[in-house]
Design a protein around this ligand. Structure first.
Ligand SMILES: [Zn+2]
Ligand SMILES: [Zn+2]
Length: 87
């Protein structure tokens, strides 16, 4: 416990957001218009698939808020979801 942090931890400067590739862990800045990974062609994600927390760390592998992985399992889940939606 650091008493100096109490009450100040909610103060956040404007932070960058990133898009991550769930397949190969490539990333790009949120402002880039990359919907798909330039390395492997997977769909980029820009927020936590579970709690929709923005991705603030380009090297993150898991959501810092809920712990959900950003990895391949999610990519596969999205593919399945898309298949279901498109019939
Ligand atoms: Zn990729
Ligand atoms: Zn989350």
């Amino acid at each position: 416990m650091n008493p100096h942090l109490v009450g100040t931890q909610e103060i956040k400067v404007t932070r960058d957001r990133y898009k991550l590739c769930p397949s190969c862990s490539n990333y790009s800045h949120y402002a880039e218009s990359h919907n798909y990974c330039i390395m492997c062609g997977a769909k980029m994600i820009c927020e936590c698939p579970d709690c929709l927390e923005p991705i603030l760390y380009p090297t993150a592998k898991h959501c810092p808020s809920c712990g959900t992985g950003y990895g391949v399992k999610f990519a596969e889940a999205v593919k399945m979801e898309l298949k279901m939606k498109t019939g």
